[in-house]
Write a protein that binds this ligand. Sequence first.
Ligand SMILES: NC(=O)C1=CN([C@@H]2O[C@H](COP(=O)(O)OP(=O)(O)OC[C@H]3O[C@@H](n4cnc5c(N)ncnc54)[C@H](OP(=O)(O)O)[C@@H]3O)[C@@H](O)[C@H]2O)C=CC1
Ligand SMILES: O=C1O[C@H](COP(=O)(O)O)[C@@H](O)[C@H](O)[C@H]1O
Length: 502
Amino acid sequence: MTFVLFGATGDLAKRKIFPALYNLYLDQKLPQPISIIGLGRGTLTHNDFQEKVKESILTFSRRLEHDAGEMGDFLEAFRYNTLDVNNTEDYQKLLQLVKQREAELQIKENRMFYLSVAPKFFDIIALNIRDSGLGATNGWKRLMIEKPFGRDLQTARQLNKKLSSAFEEEEIFRIDHYLGKPMVQNLEALEFANPVLQSIWNREHIANVQITASETVGVETRAGYYDQAGAIRDMVQNHMLQMLMMTAMNLPKKINASEIRNEKRKVMEALRPVTKEDVQTQIVRGQYLSGEINGQKVPGYKDEPGVDPSSNTDTFVAARIWIDNPFWSGVPFYIRTGKRMKEKSTRIVIEFKNSLDLHYINDNQKVEPNLLIIEISPGENVSLQLNSKNPMNNGKIEPVRINFSCEDSSRNGLGVPEAYERLIYDFLIGNSTFFAHWKEVELSWEWVQPILDAFEENLLPLHEYSSGTYGPDAANTLLLENGFKWWLDEKVEENKEKVLQK
Ligand SMILES: NC(=O)C1=CN([C@@H]2O[C@H](COP(=O)(O)OP(=O)(O)OC[C@H]3O[C@@H](n4cnc5c(N)ncnc54)[C@H](OP(=O)(O)O)[C@@H]3O)[C@@H](O)[C@H]2O)C=CC1
Ligand SMILES: O=C1O[C@H](COP(=O)(O)O)[C@@H](O)[C@H](O)[C@H]1O
């Protein structure tokens, strides 16, 4: 098997891809023998390149100890080839190297191409793989591409058309690293392997679903990309909607890639479209101001290096989403994501309906609803909030959390395989379950497009929020309008009082 990495001198390769390949090698999940060929425009000897790979592993691998012999054997698989994506001769040189290594290692012509480069290069590379003969193998071929997949519905369709002229849909692996997170993968098992949860995972019992991906970091060094993308393209179109699909999909007939993707597609088809007019009432957008996070002063978005000082880019988006199918009709799904928020947390909270007769309990005591809390990162955990009598507090009914911790970061000091490791492994074995199918991507862009248009035409306010908060108040109002609140936010109770007083 040959693994060709475009963008092998880039940040993602250094931080994620090389350490992932190394960990797979040590876990004996990397097929042997394997030929790994890294590409970039610069001139590097094979040895220089192997040294770079080693350096990235020593810096970023989850493993703390390294055996020199194992490292040496692993690095032996790596070769480097200079290639400019626009230069057709470079692809011919690459083809020669690929064939030479296939002969040396006596490996089949099974070729994988990983495009870890800027999205503007995705189509040109795919077409050059086709035209150069690299894609004409006697074995199989696969293409893995990074996000973003287009910048709107039209460009996504154009890109897909070009990719489809070089690769079949089942050969294209569109990475969404949220689908590689263990807890997102576990959603499927939670719902389907637990009859108790399965029986209540529907509109009869669920009042609302809240999906949060909050970050404390700002735009960092990526202003060039982010200022053109905003949270809506960077997070909502892909990661947030993928988490929504995984939460809301129905029980597939079989647990396999095509059945799961089929069920995810059905969720997207049932999403109530937002019209440009609806955007004002269903979507909240925000942008961060300066503030303080973990005791450190941080600048506002407009003052970040590389950001246009008059930028209208959204760094926060919240939305109320309705799924018009028999399972979820009437259950609001709320999503929110933002940068420079109070905490780094990706979580899904499922609030169950509360039909208890309060008088029966005692003194009109307020009873909190049951919650299923799925923490995706940084911690991985599932917990259930139930109500119980507290003997230390006059037998008052109080919520208690029962934790089912899945966190096992010790794993003999080896750390848990992270998203890239899982996804690259799936790519190696050709399992596309946790990759985005074109239909999901297209339907996501279709749903998002009116929001992009409304943002573009400034049809809704851009709420400012201070760094270190949970985002604009308008995002709280979105839930209060339906009698709900964001769970697990420390400040929510205060905000609720404020909103109710208004
Ligand atoms: N970095 C991250 O954390 C994440 C990145 N991504 C995505 O991954 C992809 C790569 O990102 P990242 O590694 O950060 O980007 P970098 O800018 O760090 O790296 C870009 C890579 O592309 C190569 N390159 C640039 N121009 C050419 C060219 N004309 N011909 C051939 N190679 C070229 C560069 O090689 P050289 O300069 O040597 O030619 C370099 O290896 C992007 O699609 C990004 O959106 C997705 C999620 C997270
Ligand atoms: O894809 C992206 O994701 C990260 C957040 O990922 P996480 O795994 O740390 O939750 C986000 O910071 C980045 O802007 C976006 O491009």
